[in-house]
Design a protein around this ligand. Structure first.
Ligand SMILES: Cc1ncc(COP(=O)(O)O)c(C=O)c1O
Length: 453
């Protein structure tokens, strides 16, 4: 093992720029090199086995690293047809099969057509573009603006970054797309209304959305985009009334509702989709990540029956979809997705996400009772959690970065990998975790937190 990896150790951090990483920091502290994965564990270059509390690092390896049916489906598809475009005129069989499968699964959400992409940012970009185009096809070309939530994350393309509600992902790349506006999101720990009651906060946020639409002029707004549970921004579970009321506001104003389900799709919230959790039928759904269990870059933008009718009833050139990616509907990705969806359903991972999510939530509340630096515990709806670390609970002062980094290292040393974002620790483990894994995560967090003082 040592000889084989010598050059990797030597080059680590030298020639690579990593996503979401400061290049200078990466040279000072080269990344941990991961060389294997088995079950819900990763194996690093030093041979250590670490429980992956992030499902691949990015909420996607929901079925773990050893899902043989997906691996076989990928290998078989590579043998049969490793690639062919899905642009006008031809398409692969697996792509057609997947479109049927996914539309059947999202019938309760009213979805009717699938447009495939290479990932979440592509899916969001597709949804934003189709939203504008939909209004043009209807002859309402003044509806071009987008509204989204502060604190949201919608990927890194210019469109997605423009609707993302976090300066960190926007400022270095500004100016972004014109016509994008942000309203308060249902974050009970920190919000501009100083409101901690989730139901009252939902009222305030709905009023803010209505006011923004009125201020912009409803006739100029194309779509509102939201994550059913805000994930990457720090896991904010809205009050159960919130998304349904957003739907009503959108309907009253002729605004499309895009559900960005890149994280909440396929069981993470305890329901198969975040929209289903809140009982909402959006106009579009953005999917990616767990659609192939992270084994192949793939995504989808689904559109509703109503939108499909508008496009398909129009013979005009405006309805021509002048949008697509070389890898849209990649046959290997589609085969991976078909196998993933079959396994996801067979294992009923949504129910396990619910049960293990509650167990993890209780464990985190236990840590909050024990450690003063745990200012807030969020989640409780499936397997998506965050804890916010503070040096002063009453003032909610964020814990210093070097202390957070020490805690992070100590958690890894205790055998668990978690994500740190600012002063937040984010947990998004595989949905196949067993009760003992949750105990291991909570114990490792306790070991990490105890290094703070
Ligand atoms: C809600 C949401 N939308 C979009 C994206 C972007 O997806 P990708 O990184 O696959 O482009 C992410 C990624 O984390 C996400 O969480």
């Amino acid at each position: 093992m040592t000889t084989q990896f010598d050059s990797v150790r030597e080059n680590n951090g030298e020639y690579l720029w990593q996503p979401m990483t400061h290049p200078a920091e990466s040279r000072r502290n080269p990344p941990k090199v991961i060389v294997g994965g088995e079950g819900v564990e990763i194996i690093d270059i030093d041979g250590r086995r670490i429980l992956d509390a992030l499902a691949g690092g990015l909420w996607n390896v929901n079925l773990g690293y050893s899902c043989e049916p997906i691996k076989r489906a990928i290998a078989n598809q590579l043998d049969e047809l490793p690639y062919h475009s899905a642009f006008r005129g031809t398409v692969s069989a697996s792509t057609v099969e997947l479109s049927h499968e996914i539309i059947e699964w999202t019938k309760p959400e009213g979805m009717a057509r699938a447009f495939f992409t290479s990932g979440g940012s592509d899916s969001v970009e597709t949804a934003l573009r189709l939203a504008r185009q939909y209004h043009k096809v209807r002859g309402d070309s003044s509806r071009t603006k987008f509204i989204s939530l502060k604190g949201s994350y919608h990927g890194t393309h210019f469109g997605g970054a423009s609707v993302t509600g976090n300066a960190r992902f926007r400022t270095p790349y500004e100016p972004l797309l014109a016509g994008c506006f942000h309203v308060a999101g249902p974050n009970t720990y920190r919000n501009e209304f100083d409101e901690s009651d989730p139901a009252v906060l939902a009222d305030r946020c709905i009023s803010a959305l209505e006011a923004e639409i009125a201020m912009q002029g409803a006739g100029t707004v194309a779509a509102f985009i939201m994550e059913p549970i805000q994930g990457a921004g720090g896991v904010y579970v809205p009050h159960e009334s919130y998304m349904g009321r957003v739907r009503e506001v959108c309907d009253r104003n002729g605004v499309l509702l895009i559900a960005d389900e890149v994280i909440t799709g396929f069981g993470r919230s305890g329901s198969w989709f975040g929209s289903r959790l809140w009982g909402v039928k959006p106009d579009m759904m953005c999917l990616a990540k767990a659609i192939t269990n992270g084994y192949f870059p793939f995504g989808a933008c689904l559109v509703s029956e109503g939108m499909a009718e508008v496009f398909e009833a129009s013979e005009g050139s405006t309805a021509y979809i002048a949008h697509g990616y070389t890898y849209s509907g990649h046959p290997v990705g589609a085969a991976a997705a078909l196998a993933t969806l079959a396994e996801t359903k067979r294992l009923g991972v949504n129910d396990n996400a619910s049960a293990r999510g509650s167990q993890l939530h209780d464990g985190l509340l236990g840590l909050q009772a024990k450690f003063d630096i745990v200012g807030d515990v969020r989640g409780g709806q499936g397997l998506a959690h965050a804890i916010e670390l503070v040096s002063d609970r009453a003032a909610k002062t964020a814990l210093a970065g070097d202390v957070v980094a020490r805690i992070h290292d100590a958690i890894y040393e205790a055998g668990v990998s978690v994500r740190v974002s600012g002063n937040k620790i984010i947990l998004s483990p595989a949905l196949i975790l067993e009760p003992a894994h949750i105990e291991q995560i909570v114990d490792a967090l306790a070991a990490g937190l105890s290094t703070a003082s």
